[in-house]
Design a protein around this ligand. Sequence first.
Ligand SMILES: Cc1cc2nc3c(=O)[nH]c(=O)nc-3n(C[C@H](O)[C@H](O)[C@H](O)COP(=O)(O)OP(=O)(O)OC[C@H]3O[C@@H](n4cnc5c(N)ncnc54)[C@H](O)[C@@H]3O)c2cc1C
Length: 245
Amino acid sequence: MRSTTTKVILFSYTNYPSLICNLEKEGVKMTQDDLLRHGSFTFDLQGVSRAASHQIVRHRIASFSQQSQRYVKITRSYGYLKPSGIPEDLKVPVEIHGRKMELSFADVMDLTRQAEEGLVATGIKAEDSRYLRPNAATTNIVMSMSPRQLIHFFNLRCAPDAQWEIRDVAWSMYGAVSLAAPRVFGPLPAAEESEFVRKRVMLINELVQKQDSAFEKTPPGELFHLELSPQLDFSHPVESFVRRY
Ligand SMILES: Cc1cc2nc3c(=O)[nH]c(=O)nc-3n(C[C@H](O)[C@H](O)[C@H](O)COP(=O)(O)OP(=O)(O)OC[C@H]3O[C@@H](n4cnc5c(N)ncnc54)[C@H](O)[C@@H]3O)c2cc1C
């Protein structure tokens, strides 16, 4: 069992050029504000920790579908995300029934998995056994948001005071929407107040522009791998994908 890579997949999104063109044919002109109000972006976030998914679902103006822990078999679903601030080889002393030992982060993850599987093997329901699962355990969550709500999300979660994992996910999402809908997402309002945000917005714009022609050539329905790392220094391994419509 190994620490997993997070995948941010922009799976489906409004075809703005087509929307604008069709509405114009009907005599409706879309302003920038209209573009923010109409449209939807659906992300498949794979391999985020339960700690981060708990932060993500606090955003109420969004729709979510999260992988079930009750019905997905633990042997198939169990992964975890180790914060990079915790060294692989760091061990902490623990004591159980008078027996002392030293355990690493990975050891504890392995123990919780074994204990959960053990409970299931004795006939305990998965919905009860899963109470052993730690915050680091990874999950998959599908999230849909309007552009206006996404900008609010980016303003809060791309900021330097956001936690590293959700911040990595938010920047990866921002890169994906910048590629998919450049007319809708310009520089973030938060860039006016934060040098950190301003520099990253500029870097992402550069990276997106460089990869735009390759994205244009991607066959419809296929996923394009948007390379943001290593130029964007993520705190953990994150890969971004945009599905071409
Ligand atoms: C750096 C950081 C640290 C945090 N720390 C904590 C913490 O320690 N503890 C904690 O509990 N949370 C914490 N949070 C979560 C935070 O309190 C919010 O729950 C989360 O950021 C969602 O923000 P939101 O409510 O603006 O977004 P959304 O729920 O997406 O809502 C967007 C906007 O819509 C409006 N809105 C949505 N629903 C309603 C409603 N029912 N009524 C009226 N207006 C509504 C509001 O204007 C809101 O700002 C933290 C967030 C950040 C970014």
